[in-house]
Write a protein that binds this ligand. Structure first.
Ligand code: CA
Length: 240
């Protein structure tokens, strides 16, 4: 099933918040609304969103203060932020981007523009959610439908193996250490041993069948996905 990106809307004006929330939901996003900084912090503590739409002028702490804090926090630093505000001055825009916002939308805005910006930021920050198809040497991964095929044949992968393959395909030909894979695939907030990576690489190879040879072990360094494996991919189908 397609992953629905979760958007946290931090906005004190309920009419604007409602407009945003309805439009996002209508377009396949999960939304949470926080009307002030304290509520926003609680929501983030409960679940890390895929993107934050952040109003500048809020009661209590400003959106700018929140953006700076989330950027400097290890857990939240990679969550994309789009600042939302009536301020449209060049200097304000620069301050917002300096605080770590990925984009900036001045009110009033069209919902069409808002959706386009949200999608663009998600595509830049996490292509997995925006829907892309990667193809390397006959191996194809569609991140929107979560389908993986090799030479046109559908392969069955578990969710972790899918994420691992996606990461390796997006960064193909490069060697990744186990700790790099842990960071890139499992992310923070997860405490697992490096050996776990080996287990999932093994499962991934099995799931890929003939294409499993593309996932190479580089002794003493880690793993890589390559279009030209040392052990050539067999073109013959097994059992036929
Ligand atoms: Ca406001």
């Amino acid at each position: 099933m397609r992953h629905m990106p979760a958007v946290l809307v931090v906005e004190d004006e309920s009419a604007i918040a409602e407009l945003i929330v309805i439009n996002l939901r209508h377009n396949g996003f999960k939304t949470t609304w926080a009307m002030d900084s304290a509520t926003a912090e609680r929501e983030i503590e409960a679940a890390l969103p895929d993107l934050i739409l952040l109003d500048w002028m809020l009661p209590g702490e400003s959106g700018l203060t929140l953006a700076k804090r989330w950027r400097s926090n290890n857990r939240t630093k990679d969550v994309p932020i789009i600042m939302l505000t009536a301020r449209g001055d060049e200097s304000d825009r620069v301050a917002g981007l300096d605080a770590g916002a990925d984009d900036y939308i001045a009110k009033p805005f069209s919902t069409k523009e808002l959706l386009a910006r949200v999608r663009a930021v998600l595509r830049r920050r996490s292509p997995e959610q925006a829907g892309e198809t990667l193809t390397i040497a006959g191996l194809s991964l569609d991140s929107a439908t979560h389908r993986v095929t090799f030479a046109g044949e559908l392969l069955k992968l578990g969710p972790t193996e899918f994420k691992l393959l996606h990461y390796l395909m997006r960064n193909s030909e490069r060697v990744h250490s186990r700790s790099q894979l842990l960071d890139g695939v499992w992310g923070d907030h997860v405490y697992i041993e490096e050996r776990t990576v080996d287990v999932h690489v093994k499962r991934l190879r099995e799931a890929l069948a003939q294409a499993g040879a593309m996932v190479e072990t580089v002794r003493g360094a880690g793993y890589r996905l390559t279009a030209k494996p040392a052990v050539p991919i067999s073109s013959e189908k097994q059992g036929t």
